[in-house]
Write a new protein. Structure first.
Lengths: 133, 463
């Protein structure tokens, strides 16, 4: 295939993208007061986006129109999504704090197990027995 | 010679007079009365068979002329109404509305305390022939039969007797149907008027799109409603629009305006009918309970009734009887309503046989993968959903396209984590336009994304 043909096909595809409207859903990222993000997928219908957001309770919050490409590929860090630098980023500071808290929790638990000289399963049985009292 | 001369002279005179008389008559010929007998006087001298031969020849000539007459020989404006017999007079037929096969007047059998009664005088148009019965016709019917009465184009009544309840026999050859006479052992107890008495107003059975298509009567008469409804064999058929049974107050209910085919009658009401706990009177169009008083904890069957004569409207009767209300002849079941322990109508459990209430349908639903990065792309089915919101891990909101009337709608949410792992879901908040819910892992408290989420909502919407 020569370069001219490739160029013609490319131009044709670009023209097509303008001629035929996209029916993709509209996606919006809304910044909540706690800094986290809510992702709204507006699927269309008789109700306006403004009315929909008002009913959801996000009226007046900063809102950003995004595309699916702007969404992180994984939801593993969904609770740390934040709006920064004009895009969705992982809030690494918040994530580090949570990891630190989780590690401290694990350390405290291991300390208790060491003091009691029991393992995790025995601790669960003990906790279950105490709950029954 | 002189005699012959005289005879010739008289014949010449006669022919001259004949030609003159034809001229004077201005070509108006009357074949039936034409004769020349009176042209001759007594003692005239002529051949004894002359006038006979002359009449025969002239009659032949006239008959030949009439038989070859064409419209060109009929002068414009010369044919008047009196020139036609009553049976074919366009004035008479137009005045009697003979645009179809129908009965113009009379011709209805009478009931009787015996098996003999009269069919009244009248006029009908079977096969386009005008049949006028100037006097009543006596008929003795077979006992305990349905006898169908037809009148044919020869103005003769034709009778087809069948067992009571048997299928309707075909209309007699070249005839139209008049009535069905029902007899018991000794009397004529019922006469069903089967006459078509108007061409201008139908009948619907004569109206169709083409000669082989279904008639308008067929379209209105046949077909069951959207809701398959069969309770003890009571399965109403035929056209119905509206007539929805609707709760109104604890002591009244409504049947909404509409139109329906009711046992052979086409009836309509333009305003809603409010039905009270009082008793009905089908003959004068009063709606109500068919008999006795309203009872507690009772299911009532609601009927549209077409017993009032000479009206286009229907009334409403309700009854504990599933079939035909007491005192009602022509009815169609349209629904049911129930009373509570205090004999008050309840707003729940109302049924319209031909309509489905919104509470009986799913008002909104969506199915999606809550663990997908872009959850909109994971939607495999939705109805009445305009928005999905990903609030965070295991936290979603559905935005309804058409709001619910109240927040008291029912919701069912299922979370299936997939791969054999269960999950849980619980409603967080439900508004008239939104539903927020949380999904968790199986037997866990903290929110977790859910791979298969099913949401169903049922209730009254605003639209």
């Amino acid at each position: 295939m020569n370069k001219t043909l490739i160029l013609i096909v490319a131009i044709y595809l670009v023209i097509l993208s303008f001629v035929f409207p996209s029916f993709a859903d509209e996606i919006f990222a809304v910044e909540k007061p706690d800094g986290s993000l809510a992702i709204h997928y507006y699927l269309g219908g008789g109700k306006s986006l403004e009315k929909t957001l008002e009913q959801v309770g996000f009226s007046g919050y900063p809102i950003h129109r995004i595309t699916e490409r702007d969404l992180p590929a994984s939801r593993a860090d969904r609770k740390y999504w934040k709006w920064s630098n004009g895009r969705i980023e992982i809030d690494t500071v918040k994530k580090a704090v949570d990891i630190q808290k989780e590690n401290e929790k694990i350390q405290k638990k291991e300390a208790v197990l060491t003091k009691l000289k029991i393992d995790d399963e025995e601790l669960k049985s003990l906790k279950y027995a105490l709950d029954k009292i | 010679m002189s005699t012959i001369k005289h005879k010739f002279t008289r014949i010449s005179l006669f022919i001259t007079i004949l030609i003159m008389s034809l001229i004077v008559k201005n070509y108006h010929l009357f074949a039936a009365v034409t004769s020349y007998d009176n042209t001759f006087v007594a003692n005239d001298q002529y051949s004894s068979d002359f006038h006979t031969r002359l009449n025969a020849n002239f009659s032949k000539s006239l008959t030949g002329g009439i038989n070859s007459i064409s419209s060109a020989n009929i002068v414009d404006g010369t044919l008047a109404s009196g020139d036609f017999s009553t049976a074919v007079s366009p004035i008479t037929r137009t005045a009697e509305g003979a645009a179809c096969e129908y009965v113009y007047t009379g011709l209805i059998p009478a009931t009787s305390a015996s098996l003999t009664s009269n069919i009244s005088a009248g006029t009908a148009y079977p096969k386009g022939y005008r049949c006028e019965k100037t006097s009543a016709t006596s008929k003795t019917y077979t006992a305990s039969r349905w006898t169908y009465v037809d009148i044919d184009q020869n103005c003769d009544f034709q009778y087809s007797a069948v067992t009571i309840g048997a299928a309707t026999p075909s209309v007699a050859s070249n005839a139209i149907r008049i009535a069905r006479v029902s007899t018991d052992a000794t009397t004529i107890n019922t006469v069903s008027d089967l006459r078509t008495t108007s061409c201008a107003d139908g009948p619907f059975s004569n109206i169709k799109d083409d000669s082989t298509g279904a008639t308008l009567d067929d379209l209105l008469k046949y077909g069951r409603q959207n809701r398959p409804y069969s309770l003890a064999g009571n399965n109403p058929v035929g056209y119905v629009s509206g007539l929805t049974v609707s709760w109104d107050t604890h002591t009244t209910f409504k049947v909404l305006s509409g139109a329906a085919y009711i046992g052979g009658e086409y009836r309509r009401v333009s305003t809603d009918i409010t039905v009270t706990t009082g008793n009905d009177n089908p003959a004068d169009g009063t709606s109500g309970l068919d008999t006795s008083s309203i009872a507690a904890n009772t299911n009532y069957h609601v009927y549209a009734v077409a017993d009032q004569a000479d009206v286009a409207t229907y009334s409403i009767s309700y009854s504990t009887t599933n079939g035909t209300p007491t005192g009602v002849t022509t009815a169609r079941k349209i629904g049911s309503i129930r009373t509570d322990a205090n004999s008050l109508f309840t707003s729940t459990d109302i049924v319209s046989t031909h309509a489905i209430r919104q509470e009986e349908l799913i008002s909104g639903m969506v199915r999606f993968d809550g663990s997908a990065s872009a959850i909109n792309n994971s939607i495999t089915g939705r109805y009445n959903v305009s928005l999905l919101t990903d609030n965070g891990t295991g936290d979603y909101t559905v935005g309804w396209n058409n709001d619910f009337q109240t927040t008291n709608y029912a919701v069912s949410i299922e979370c299936d984590q997939g791969g054999g792992s269960g999950g849980n879901a619980r409603t967080f908040t439900s508004g008239v336009g939104t539903l927020q819910f949380i999904t968790t892992a199986n037997n866990a408290d903290s929110a977790a994304d859910c791979a298969n989420i099913h949401v169903l909502a049922v209730g009254n919407r605003t639209e």
